[in-house]
Design a protein around this ligand. Structure first.
Ligand SMILES: NC(=O)C1=CN([C@@H]2O[C@H](COP(=O)(O)OP(=O)(O)OC[C@H]3O[C@@H](n4cnc5c(N)ncnc54)[C@H](O)[C@@H]3O)[C@@H](O)[C@H]2O)[C@@H](O)CC1
Ligand SMILES: Nc1ncnc2c1ncn2[C@@H]1O[C@H](COP(=O)(O)OP(=O)(O)O)[C@@H](O)[C@H]1O
Ligand SMILES: [K+]
Length: 515
C-alpha cells in the first residue's frame, strides 16, 4: 500500500496522457459507469469530511458533470440539502442519465445561476480535463458570479476553466478553495499560475493500474514530482564509517562583494548544512574577517578586489587550482564587476552551479555559446527575471514554466532550475522534476542564496557517485522548501528570514528519522 502511494505521488500527467490511461482501463473491460461510481463515491466521502450541510453543485456537459451528479445523489441520501445548477441543455449520455435520476429524487436543477439558493458550500463539476476552448458568454458570467459568492468551492478534478497542462486560465475559471484531483496529479497542479485557483489540493487515488501508467508515460516518465522518498534516496546518508573530509566533497564558493557581504554568508551557511566535507570560500579580501567569524570551519580565500569591492581575480592558495575542488558554486552577491573571473570559472572541468550575478554575467557573455565550452556539468538556478535574460528566445516562462525550463535545458545542455512556488528542474534530455510542496514564506531576499550553497554542497559530496546531477538538484530544492515549511509552521510565514531558514535544514532530515 505504501509502495503504491509512493509511486503514485511521483506521477504527473497531461490531459492527453490521462485520456490514454483511461482509454486502456476501459478497453480492458472496466465499465465507464462503474468507474464513475467508484470515483464519485470516493469524492463524496472526502466532501463529507470537509464541509457544511447544504450544497450547490454545478454540473457540466461531460463526465466531470457526471461525477458531480453522483456526488449530488450520494450527499442527498446522506441528508444534505442539495441544489444543482447547470447552464447546459445537452449532456453526454451517462451524465444525462444521472441528471434524470437526480431530478427524479426531487433534487432541483436550476438553469439560471441567480436562482441557486443560498447554501453552505459549492461543488464545481463544470469541466475537468475535457475543457477544449476558452469559456465565454453566459457560462463565463456565471463562473464570475459564483466566485464572488465568497462560499467555499470544492472543485472536482481541476477548477473549471484551468488548462490541465499549462495551468492557464481559459477565459475565466472557478477559484476553488479545495480541489480533488482524480487518479493522478495533472500537470496544472505544478504550474505557478494555477495555484491560486486550485486552493488546497488533494489526490483521490482510484486504483489506476501501475502497468497502464507505465505503458503511457514510459519508464522513467519524463516529468516527475519530487517526494521525500526520491529526495532522501540521493542524500549522502549514512556516511561510510571510514572516510575523511576530502572524501566527503570539497566545495568552492565564489561569492560576495563589499556591497553584498550577506549573500556570501547565506550561501556558505546553505553549503554548511549540506554536510560537505570541506568548504572553501573565495571572497574579496575585505570580506575575509566577517566570513571567518561566521564560518570558523571554512577556508576563507581573500581575493584582490576591484575599486567597487568585487573580486578582481581568483587568487587560490599555493598548489591549488580549480581542479582541486569537487564542485564550484558561483554568483551570489558577486556584482557584475566580477565578470573578469568568469572565463577561468567556465573553463573549469568540475561541476559548476551558477546563480544570481553568475547568471547575469553568463547572460552578458551569451548563455549558449559560453556553455558550449564546458565539459563538466553546469547547473543554472534562475528566477523568472534571470531566466528571461539567459534565454530571451524562449517563450514567456510564466505562461508554461515546465515547457520553458525544458527548452532551456535542452538548448543549453545545462541542468536548469527555474525558481518559483513550484520550482522545476530540467536536464538536457528534457527530463523534469517538479517540487510539489513549498511555502510563500520563502519569497524573501537571500533564500535563493541558501539554495545555491545547498546544491553546491550536495554536488561536491556526490561527485564520485553515479547519481544524475538533476536528481541531486531536485533533492536540494525539496530540502530547501521543506525547511521553509517547517520554519513557517513554527514561526508563521513571516518568520522565515534566510538566516533562520538555514537553521531549519537539519531538523527536516532529523524529523524524517534519517539521522
Ligand atoms: N469516465 C469516467 O468514469 C471518469 C470520469 N472522470 C471525470 O471525467 C472528466 C473528463 O470528462 P470529459 O472527457 O467528459 O470532459 P469534461 O467533463 O471535462 O468536459 C467535456 C465537455 O465539455 C464541453 N466543453 C469543453 N470546453 C468547453 C467550453 N469552453 N465551453 C463549453 N463546453 C465545453 C465538451 O464539448 C464536452 O462535452 C474528468 O475530469 C473527471 O472529472 C475521471 O476522473 C474518472 C473516470
Ligand atoms: N511563492 C513562493 N512559494 C514558494 N517558494 C518561493 C516562492 N517565491 C519564491 N520562492 C523560493 O524562494 C527562493 C528565492 O530565491 P531568489 O529569487 O534567488 O532570491 P534571493 O536572490 O533573494 O536569494 C527560491 O528558492 C524560490 O523557489
Ligand atoms: K471541475
Amino acid at each position: 500500500m505504501q509502495a503504491r502511494q509512493a509511486q503514485v505521488s511521483q506521477v504527473v500527467v497531461t490531459a492527453s496522457q490521462m485520456r490514454d490511461i483511461e482509454g486502456r482501463i476501459f478497453a480492458a473491460g472496466m465499465p465507464v459507469a462503474a468507474l464513475m461510481e467508484k470515483v464519485a463515491g470516493l469524492i463524496s466521502l472526502r466532501v463529507q469530511a470537509v464541509a457544511g450541510s447544504s450544497v450547490g453543485i454545478f454540473v457540466g456537459p461531460g463526465h466531470n458533470g457526471g461525477d458531480a451528479l453522483v456526488v449530488a445523489r450520494e450527499l442527498h441520501f446522506r441528508g444534505y440539502e442539495v441544489w444543482l445548477y447547470s447552464p447546459f441543455s445537452k449532456f453526454k449520455e451517462l451524465t444525462s442519465q444521472h441528471l434524470q435520476y437526480a431530478q427524479s429524487l426531487g433534487i432541483k436543477c436550476y438553469h439560471d445561476v441567480e436562482q441557486l439558493p443560498d447554501c453552505d458550500f459549492l461543488i464545481d463539476g463544470l469541466f475537468g480535463f475535457g475543457l477544449e476552448r476558452p469559456i465565454t458568454d453566459h457560462i463565463a458570467v456565471a463562473i464570475n458570479h459564483l466566485n464572488q459568492w465568497g462560499k467555499p468551492i470544492l472543485s472536482i478534478d481541476i477548477p473549471s476553466g484551468i488548462h490541465t497542462d499549462t495551468g492557464e486560465v481559459l477565459g475565466t475559471a472557478i477559484r476553488a478553495t479545495h480541489t480533488f484531483c482524480l487518479g493522478l496529479w495533472k500537470l496544472a497542479f505544478l504550474q505557478d499560475q494555477a495555484l491560486e485557483y486550485i486552493g488546497k489540493a488533494e489526490l483521490i487515488d482510484f486504483d489506476i493500474p501501475g502497468a497502464d501508467v507505465q505503458a503511457v508515460l514510459g519508464n522513467p516518465p519524463q516529468i516527475k514530482r519530487i517526494t521525500s522518498v526520491t529526495a532522501l534516496s540521493t542524500l549522502p546518508l549514512p556516511r561510510p564509517a571510514v572516510t575523511h573530509k576530502y572524501k566527503e566533497g570539497h566545495l568552492l564558493l565564489i561569492c560576495g562583494s563589499r556591497r553584498y557581504a550577506g549573500g556570501a554568508i547565506l550561501t556558505a551557511l546553505g553549503a554548511r548544512a549540506s554536510g560537505v566535507g570541506m568548504l572553501s570560500i573565495a571572497v574579496p579580501e575585505s570580506l575575509k574577517p566577517i566570513l571567518v567569524s561566521h564560518l570558523p570551519e571554512a577556508l576563507i580565500i581573500g581575493c584582490p578586489e576591484t575599486e567597487t569591492g568585487a573580486i578582481a581575480h581568483l587568487q587560490l592558495p599555493e598548489n591549488t587550482d580549480l581542479s582541486s575542488f569537487r564542485a564550484i558554486a558561483c554568483g551570489p552577491g558577486l556584482t557584475v564587476d566580477a565578470a573578469p573571473i568568469f572565463p577561468e570559472v567556465i573553463n573549469s572541468e568540475i561541476s559548476l552551479v551558477l546563480d544570481a550575478d553568475g547568471l547575469n554575467i553568463l547572460a552578458d557573455m551569451g548563455t549558449i555559446p559560453t556553455l558550449e565550452k564546458r565539459q563538466a556539468p553546469t547547473v543554472l538556478t534562475p528566477h523568472t527575471g534571470e531566466f528571461q535574460r539567459l534565454f530571451p528566445d524562449i517563450a514567456d516562462p510564466k505562461s508554461d514554466r515546465i515547457k520553458a525550463v525544458q527548452e532551456a535545458a535542452v538548448q543549453s545542455g545545462a541542468v536548469v532550475l527555474l525558481k518559483g512556488a513550484r520550482t522545476a528542474i530540467a536536464n538536457s534530455q528534457g527530463a523534469i522534476w517538479v517540487n510539489p510542496e513549498s511555502t510563500p514564506a520563502l519569497a524573501r531576499g537571500g533564500s535563493g542564496d541558501v539554495l545555491t550553497g545547498l546544491i553546491g554542497g550536495l554536488l561536491a559530496q556526490a561527485a564520485t557517485k553515479e547519481i544524475p546531477v538533476e536528481d541531486i538538484v531536485a533533492t536540494a530544492a525539496w530540502w530547501h522548501s521543506q525547511a521553509g515549511i517547517l520554519a513557517a509552521q513554527e514561526r508563521t510565514e513571516l518568520g522565515v528570514d534566510a538566516f533562520t531558514l538555514t537553521q531549519y535544514l537539519m531538523p527536516v532530515i532529523k524529523n524524517l528519522g534519517n539521522n
